[in-house]
Design a binder for this molecule. Structure first.
Ligand SMILES: [Zn+2]
Ligand SMILES: [Zn+2]
Length: 454
């Protein structure tokens, strides 16, 4: 028997198991064998992992690929190219594009625009704000992966939900069976504090943290948990940044509620000391907080209170990031291509067990968003989404090595000891020895094609 592709001679992370000197076999987009290299079948294409880690392809549940409408910053081709080069095989794209993905027609139109450009599989979030709660059912029918609430500010003219709209939206989302994902920050607290800080003449980067105290996040998390509990909604907390938020999510889980949370490499790396030193490039909402918060996020990943690692990949121009006033600075920076090198370096340093990390980047987002067991692990029968990660050689992250349209990120200059060498998307080798190969073949995970791809 000869199969399409074999990846061999690596250390396979399969659930709780690490198979040293192992690999996997792939046929017709699916994994057909996982085990010791000697037991694998012949294949038309063989990838020799040469002792590297063989991990599930990353499911990044939070990216902004800026397509359509903001393609001076990124488009689905550049974003997904960077993603596969970073070991990512599935992304869930946020709806704050132009136009916003805020009704059924916009979902269909966005899918039509981005599919031919996609080098990764993807899901599309639907945006819910004050005035489009009535569009929830049609967005569900159009195949969104979940719903996104920006509770801290208006998005492309869509005002954030007040409490009445939020509860009604959660009730209606509960009936769709999909998950509500929230950017949980309290707009009133942030607005009032920002105005006071400006009037006091504060323009430095750390003023962003003073405008966004921990309670502005944790209170909104707890409110969303209360509404989700009342409505029976599956809830996801985007970018948890504080010890209090980790505790709130842990408490919700302990009550048996279906509440999940993500954090990202940036909140696991930077604190307000870095913001004070490096300035507005580290402007992010929600912000980088105290070292105790950063430590709590790592502990949350280890304990399972924090389920997922997301990048919140949000490309920005340099003039949007390097500003004389923090109030003129835009939140966000890129992340899909640097996340695995940064996180696997931390794994090498012993901050997180590799089986925990593998779950946080694959199984947990797959389960939360209804893709398990089709995606989310190196298991027989699953989509063959795989990354090979070499560790041990130190290198410095440089802009020339990245593939996003805009390459402003505070991770430039960081020393890492991990690199993605190969990525496989549903059985197709899409990154070979660190180089992009093939043409875009990504699909919307909610609209699987019927075997017409090849
Ligand atoms: Zn956000
Ligand atoms: Zn975001």
């Amino acid at each position: 028997m000869s199969v399409d592709l074999v990846v061999r001679n690596g250390n396979v992370v399969a659930g709780d198991e690490i198979i040293r000197g192992g690999g996997l076999a792939i046929e017709s987009e699916k994994i057909v064998a996982v085990g010791a290299t000697a037991g694998l079948p012949d294949a038309r294409t063989v990838v020799d992992a040469r002792g590297a880690w063989i991990l599930p392809g990353v499911i990044d549940p939070h990216v902004h690929f800026r397509d359509p409408g903001l393609t001076d910053r990124e488009d689905f081709n550049t974003g997904s190219s960077a993603a596969v080069l970073g070991g990512v095989t599935t992304v869930f794209d946020m709806p704050n594009t132009v136009p916003p993905t805020a009704d059924g027609k916009a979902v269909q139109e966005k899918r039509r625009i981005v599919t031919p450009k996609a080098r990764v599989d993807f899901g599309l979030f639907g945006l819910v704000g004050q005035d489009n709660v009535d569009a929830i059912e049609e967005m569900a029918a159009a195949g969104v992966i979940g719903f996104k609430f920006f509770l801290h500010q208006a998005i492309e003219g869509v005002a954030p939900c007040d409490d009445g709209a939020l509860l009604e939206a959660f009730e209606r989302i509960a009936r769709t069976g999909l998950r509500a994902a929230v950017h949980a920050e309290n707009a009133h607290i942030i607005g009032r504090k920002s105005r006071a800080l400006r009037q006091a003449g504060r323009h430095d980067a750390t003023a962003n943290l003073d405008a966004r105290p921990t309670v502005s996040e944790s209170e909104m998390v707890e409110r969303c948990v209360a509404f989700a509990r009342s409505a029976g909604t599956k809830l996801h907390i985007c970018h948890a940044t504080s010890a209090e938020t980790v505790a709130a999510v842990g408490a919700a889980k302990a009550k048996g509620l279906d509440v999940t949370a993500e954090t990202g490499p940036q909140w696991l790396t930077f604190t307000q000391d870095d913001v004070a030193q490096r300035g507005t490039i580290l402007m992010f909402s929600p912000p980088f907080r105290l070292d105790a918060d950063r430590v709590a996020l790592w502990e949350g990943l280890r304990s399972g209170a924090v389920d997922m690692v997301a990048t919140d990949h949000a490309p920005r121009h340099e003039h949007e990031k390097i500003c004389s006033s923090v109030w003129e600075t835009k939140s966000g920076f890129i992340g899909v291509e640097t996340s695995v090198p940064v996180m696997m370096t931390a794994v090498q340093q012993g901050r997180l067990e590799i089986v925990r990390y593998a779950r946080a980047i694959s199984e947990n987002p797959a389960r939360a968003y209804g893709l398990w067991p089709r995606k989310g692990g190196l298991r027989v029968g699953a989509d063959a989404d795989v990354m090979v990660v070499q560790t041990g050689q130190t290198r410095v992250l440089a802009a020339d090595d990245l593939h996003s349209r805009l390459r402003v990120t505070p991770f430039l200059g960081a020393a890492v000891t991990a690199a993605v060498t190969h990525t496989v998307l549903r059985g197709a080798l899409v990154v070979d020895n660190g180089r992009l190969v093939g043409t875009p073949s990504g699909q919307d995970v909610r609209v699987p094609d019927r075997g017409t791809r090849r």
